[in-house]
Design a binder for this molecule. Structure first.
Ligand SMILES: Cc1cc2nc3c(=O)[nH]c(=O)nc-3n(C[C@H](O)[C@H](O)[C@H](O)COP(=O)(O)OP(=O)(O)OC[C@H]3O[C@@H](n4cnc5c(N)ncnc54)[C@H](O)[C@@H]3O)c2cc1C
Length: 502
């Protein structure tokens, strides 16, 4: 059964196209002066065309919303356009701060009727900055923050502005949880739509594997349910296909019984001897139980050193945890040993401060079936040969239950991956951007051939279209057909984009 909502109050809201000659050489920001109309708002369309939104259209849209319509210069506009990655200082023509599905329908209809460029923002943590756009419409879902846990059914319903830490906290109050990422200020929405791995993912698979259903506003402004009975093909696409198929206004997850007390924390060792240490770690982690999750990262310290930092979470019984942690401790003499019994919620938020909002980041990532000696040599050689930049090389842990799901069972293709290798460059001063990005690119040239595909949620902002397409693997034809069905004009294109196909 297809559930078509009654939220479809169609409006026209059409922007006038500006005569091409009049704007041929004018940047869109100067259009207001060029066109001169009081209250007119210059904007950018899906194909990069320049548009002018009329005051009457904007007033009509504002009147149709329960949430806010924010235009440049208005109170709250600058705060709303900011996203986690400070590398993006983009100014949308308008921001619709949605309070519910009805607002989302209005926003999508307005964008479609005006062929406006659209960015969709959940938690705002897009590494590639695609949840904010220059000159288009930002559909801001961050005010939608409701969470409802059903402890008897072991399910949770989330609105799309919920952050992972809020979700963990609410579910853990009932001794429940589902897979979420490792930094608690990340949004559940984008994380789930792209896949979503984290500290209990080896036990319970990806966040998207635990997605039971969703409410979606499609590019046509239709409100649809996606689930096992309603539009199961759409649910399949939402599980790893990113924001390609519409705006999700509600997510329903399966929860699992998860003991709030676990073992884990940081274990930090010196970089000296990294080659041997990482080889021993690779051997150890290849045989790890599903209860054990360890991220390994080579990070710079404030005093200009490099260290190897393990981020550990053991969700199994205490004796097994103590045994596994003892093995890890044998890797070397630690500079810091923070391994101890902790609550899951504490472990989930312990690393939050390492990734502050507003700093600028550039990332490259790729999947690996194992941490091989060749990869370890490539990483250590590169780090030893480059000056210490503000950058991290890390191996995120996957595998376990994630790999036991078939590649075609959801849109998330790369099930064989046991780790995701990440290189992150970061900077606080604009003048340091080039250096940090060159450091990442320089290393990545050597590392990429040793990887196989990459995580769409860790896509860099200069990822080639060909690589994005290839990354969906054998699922691409089905995804392209779904895209044609639900978004034939590619309204939702600011993502790891799937082109509407046959
Ligand atoms: C510090 C940090 C730590 C991270 N750690 C992990 C981790 O441990 N595991 C992991 O799997 N990933 C991790 N990620 C990657 C993370 O999954 C992505 O950045 C993800 O996109 C964040 O979701 P968001 O809602 O916060 O992002 P947003 O920037 O709001 O959205 C990202 C994209 O998702 C789409 N989108 C968002 N909401 C909706 C919606 N409701 N409907 C339709 N489309 C939507 C849009 O295309 C948007 O461009 C991390 C990222 C950061 C910055």
């Amino acid at each position: 059964m297809t559930v078509e909502g009654t939220l479809m109050k169609r409006r026209t809201f059409c922007a006038s196209a500006i005569p091409a000659l009049a704007i041929a050489s004018a940047p869109w920001q100067r259009l207001f002066a060029a066109t001169g109309g009081a209250g007119e708002v210059p904007a950018i369309g899906t194909a990069g065309q320049q548009l002018v939104l009329q005051p009457s259209q904007l007033a009509e849209l504002r009147g149709a919303l329960r949430g806010q319509l924010l235009l440049p210069g208005q109170d709250g506009y600058d705060a709303a356009r900011r996203v986690w990655n400070g590398a993006f200082d983009r100014k949308p023509a308008l921001i619709v701060r949605c309070l519910g599905a009805a607002d989302v329908v209005q926003a999508v209809e307005f964008a479609r009727n005006n062929a406006l460029l659209v960015a969709v923002r959940g938690g705002g943590h897009s590494l590639s900055g695609q949840s904010v756009c220059e000159g288009g419409m930002m559909i801001d879902l961050s005010p939608m923050k409701a969470i409802r846990v059903d402890p008897l059914a072991r399910t949770a319903r989330l609105e799309p502005g919920v952050l992972l830490g809020q979700f963990d906290r609410e579910a853990q109050a009932f001794g429940l949880a589902t897979t979420a990422g490792t930094v608690s200020h990340t949004g559940a929405a984008g994380l789930t739509l792209g896949g979503g791995f984290g500290r209990i993912g080896r036990k319970f698979a990806l966040a998207c594997d635990n997605l039971l259903g969703a409410d979606v506003v499609t590019a046509g402004g239709r409100f649809l349910k996606a689930g096992a009975r309603d539009n199961p093909d759409l649910l399949w696409g939402l599980r790893g296909g990113g924001g390609n198929f519409g705006v999700v206004t509600s997510f329903e997850y399966r929860l699992h019984a998860v003991d709030p007390m676990m073992h884990g924390g940081p274990l930090v060792l010196p970089f000296a001897g990294a080659r041997a240490l990482l080889r021993s770690f690779a051997d150890f982690i290849a045989g790890a139980s599903d209860d054990l999750y360890v991220d390994a990262a080579i990070v710079p310290t404030p005093d200009g050193q490099r260290v190897i930092a393990f981020d550990v979470c053991h969700s199994g019984p205490a004796p097994a945890a103590e045994r596994d942690l003892a093995q890890l401790r044998k890797l070397g003499q630690p500079l810091q040993d923070g391994l101890r019994p902790r609550t899951y919620v504490d472990i989930q938020r312990a690393g939050d401060d390492n990734y502050p909002a507003g700093r600028s980041y550039y990332i490259k990532s790729g999947f690996m079936r194992a941490i091989t000696p060749r990869m370890i040599d490539a990483v250590v050689d590169y780090l030893e040969s480059t000056p210490l930049p503000t950058g991290i090389v890390g191996f995120s842990h996957m595998g376990g239950a994630i790999s036991r799901v078939k590649p075609g069972a959801t849109a998330f293709w790369h099930r064989e991956a046991q780790h995701s290798l990440m290189m992150i460059g970061f900077w606080d001063e604009a003048g340091s951007a080039e250096r940090a990005m060159q450091w990442v690119r320089g290393g990545w040239k050597g590392f990429e051939p040793l990887t196989d595909g990459f995580y769409v949620n860790e896509m860099s902002y200069d990822e080639a279209d060909r690589r994005i397409r290839g990354n969906y693997g054998g699922n691409y034809p089905r995804l392209a057909a779904l895209k044609k069905q639900y978004d034939p004009t590619n309204l939702f294109r600011l993502n790891a984009n799937i082109k509407p196909g046959a």
